[in-house]
Design a protein around this ligand. Structure first.
Ligand SMILES: [Zn+2]
Length: 443
């Protein structure tokens, strides 16, 4: 969805080593494990402002895939360093700890680097609200992910809708236009936990963010809004084998247990004391449950500590007549929402890769044409040069390219090279994939 390429699930905007999906053309030779330009990168190179907003840490798979390249989604050190060097006008969400030297294998402090490049960096809600102007602005409100919306302290963390509104207000000042990726990151996490309160409240928080985007687009008249999940999760159904007869049930049977809840199962679990003596109090306060059956009580009192959150979710799901098929992702088709003033684009049954292709065409990004000129493998880019890796500091390797009297040094994950010691900005960060280096030309 970020590049127009299908790839492997651990890959962050890199082409796969092999194409395994039936019906897709095989990978051309030499195109294995290569950085694939993202629509945010292509948009920035066309003079548009770009941004990412998530309720996960911004290094998590989806925001990472729009703003970095890695063959392992867990490579937060590489991902965050590239994000710092990839020209984001806004980056809102969680994840500040991954920018700090004490948490990084390379020992680099990325926040001062951001600030040196003219980016405001805030972690506090009051500071976030007081920033005006055109950015660039990074606002990370938690060391890793933010809270789920229903559990969120509104004095410390903004909702996804507020982050979306602020991102649009900054990005839309660019008269060349903008591309913003907003992820309701934790709908997926609540689904992995089979937590119906988390799923519904996270989906509603995302819905409010979509409303912000639509309100802007309708008023602006030249903006498209695309709403699409990257996959299904948990096989949630309204109605399950536990519901004997749909025709005699009331709507409230399905809705009230969720509507009455004031916290996710994870938060309820956290509030229950280790001897569980306050179980009934917490359930009354948080889920308005006052009629715990003997079976429910036994299940909650005897669940192992690690299983208590699951037992709470299972109890509430049963009360709400909600069923689940798995704790994992699911393979069904997912819903696509699309708005544009011309209603010109996406409808019907499409591939996820059609989404960036639509953006490419609608915005004239030239995604395909840029592929031959950006992220070029170093060995091919400089056929008459000496190319070597400086591993003197193995945590911060540098590619060296010697051509006559010119020596260029490319520090990994950064958007500049040093030409005989003088910094020169590059169009994209330098990326290493296994032992191959990929470079882009100067701006
Ligand atoms: Zn997931």
């Amino acid at each position: 969805m970020a590049t127009g390429f299908k790839t492997w699930d651990k890959y962050i905007s890199m082409t796969p080593p092999r194409v395994l999906m039936p019906g897709l053309a095989p990978q051309p030779e030499g195109m294995e494990d290569v950085p694939a330009l993202t629509i945010l990168e292509a948009a920035r190179l066309k003079g548009k402002s770009v941004g990412i907003v998530s309720t996960s840490e911004i290094q998590h798979a989806t925001p990472a895939a729009f703003s970095s390249h890695a063959i392992n989604r867990a490579d937060y050190d590489d991902i965050s360093e590239q994000q710092v060097h990839n020209g984001l006008t806004v980056a809102f969400g969680g994840g500040w700890k991954f920018l700090m030297k004490e948490n990084r294998k390379d020992g680099e402090d990325l926040i001062p680097l951001l600030e040196k490049s003219g980016t405001r960096f805030v972690t506090n809600l009051a500071d976030f609200r007081s920033v005006s102007g055109t950015g660039p602005l990074w606002a990370l409100f938690a060391p890793a992910s933010l809270s789920m919306d229903i559990d969120r302290d509104p004095a410390r963390e903004p909702g996804l809708d507020e982050m979306t509104r602020k991102a649009i207000s900054i990005l839309s000042k660019n008269t060349n236009g903008f591309v913003l990726m907003v992820e309701g990151s934790q709908i997926d996490w609540a689904a992995h936990a089979n937590d119906p309160v988390g799923i519904v409240s996270e989906a509603l928080a995302f819905d409010r963010a979509v409303a912000e985007a639509l309100a802007f687009a309708r008023n602006d008249g030249s903006t498209a809004v695309i709403v699409a999940p990257d996959h299904g999760n948990s096989g949630l159904s309204i109605g399950s084998k536990d519901v004997a007869s749909y025709s005699s049930e009331t709507l409230g049977r399905f809705i009230d247990p969720i509507r009455n809840a004031r916290a996710t199962a994870g938060r309820v679990r956290w509030e229950i004391s280790s001897n569980r003596s306050n179980l009934k109090d917490v359930l009354r306060n948080r889920w308005q449950i006052t009629n715990l059956s003997p079976e429910e009580e036994t299940a909650l009192l005897t669940a192992k500590d690690n299983d208590l959150q699951g037992a709470l979710s299972a109890m509430l799901s049963k009360r709400a007549g909600i069923g689940f098929t798995t704790w994992g992702h699911t393979g069904e088709e997912v819903v696509l929402g699309f708005y544009s003033p011309e209603n010109d684009g996406l409808h019907g049954v499409i591939e996820n890769t059609d989404i960036p292709r639509y953006a490419d065409t609608a915005l004239g990004l030239g995604l395909e044409q840029s592929r031959g000129t950006l992220y070029i493998e170093a060995r091919g880019a400089f056929p008459d040069a000496i190319v070597a890796t400086d591993d003197a500091d193995p945590r911060n390797p540098v590619l060296i390219v010697k051509q006559g009297s010119m020596e260029r040094r490319y520090p990994l994950n950064r958007n500049y090279c040093l030409e005989n010691g003088k910094p020169r900005k590059l169009k994209t960060p330098t990326v290493r994939s296994k032992d191959r280096w990929f470079l882009s030309p100067p701006e």
